[in-house]
Design a protein around this ligand. Structure first.
Ligand code: FE2
Ligand code: FE2
Length: 270
């Protein structure tokens, strides 16, 4: 029996990231034959949040579901989408926000073959100005809320800065979720693995965005910030090489555990 395959791409940063993802997606779909394709879109629109047009473009090319993170709140155009029934079940934001933010932190996505996938988005507590509930207890609460309608597969996007917090949550979730992958830092880590209990894990999948940059943004403005302490706006390179970082996770839907994974890192001229 063919394993259930999830294709996930880390933070898609701006137009160059969107273009790169659209360019590689047909080949990725041929190569991995995913049952579900997910992208983190917190930086989709000029690096800050989401807007309907850009999200629809990715949906049209075959991204099925969308996770996000701390920057999703930054584009007012996107806030209504988080509660829009048209996007329900396939667009989520961190579940453990303390404020009454719009949107949902988890969703059950049903594939065309009837496989139910519980999508969970969580944010870290370490090194963020935002105050959020514990991602550890939040994960427990979300999983417990699906005891009677147990999904076949649980996929977690853990949006966090600290590698320690990410590894810790990975081990905490091990055996209870099919995959827990990290986002937010925009830099891929080389530690993709299957944990002892059967959870696919990667500290950070990395960005889909400009290669010759600082985490997807123009070097000049970022360096000026560091050198002067100023608050210069971030620009995103309009063209050049983009890196595409992702992960393909294969899951046994009978057990809900991962059976294999491939780390994806490609470069596209945009
Ligand atoms: Fe990001
Ligand atoms: Fe982020």
């Amino acid at each position: 029996m063919k394993p259930f395959t999830i294709l996930y791409f880390g933070d898609v940063v701006g137009k160059i990231g969107r273009t790169a993802l659209m360019n590689v997606l047909p080949d990725m779909k041929r190569r991995y034959a995913p049952d579900l394709t997910i992208a983190n879109v917190e930086n989709l629109t000029h690096g800050a949040g989401i807007a309907p047009k850009q999200l629809q473009v990715l949906a049209d090319v075959g991204v099925d579901a969308f996770t996000s993170g701390n920057h999703v709140w930054e584009n007012p155009d996107g806030l209504a989408m988080l509660d829009d029934p048209a996007w329900a079940g396939r667009l989520i934001r961190p579940a453990n926000m303390r404020r009454g933010e719009p949107g949902r932190g988890s969703a059950v996505y049903k594939t065309k073959d009837g496989v139910s996938v519980l999508l969970v988005n969580l944010m870290g507590q370490v090194l963020f100005p935002e105050t959020v509930e514990s991602p550890f207890t939040s994960l427990d609460t979300i999983i417990a809320s699906h005891t009677s309608d147990r999904p076949n597969v649980v996929f977690v996007d853990f949006h966090a800065e600290a590698t320690s917090e990410k590894e810790a949550l990975g081990h905490y979730a091990d055996g209870r979720v099919a995959a827990l992958v990290g986002s937010h830092t925009h830099v891929p880590t080389a530690d993709a693995k299957i944990l002892p209990g059967g959870t696919a894990y990667c500290t950070d999948v990395g960005r889909v965005g400009a290669y010759d940059s600082v985490i997807g943004f123009e070097k000049k403005g970022v360096l000026e910030r560091f050198l002067t302490g100023g608050d210069m706006p971030y620009d995103i390179p309009k063209k050049g090489q983009s890196e595409v970082n992702g992960i393909a996770v294969r899951v046994d839907v009978q057990t809900g555990r991962a059976t294999g994974l491939d780390r994806i890192r490609e470069f596209v001229e945009c």
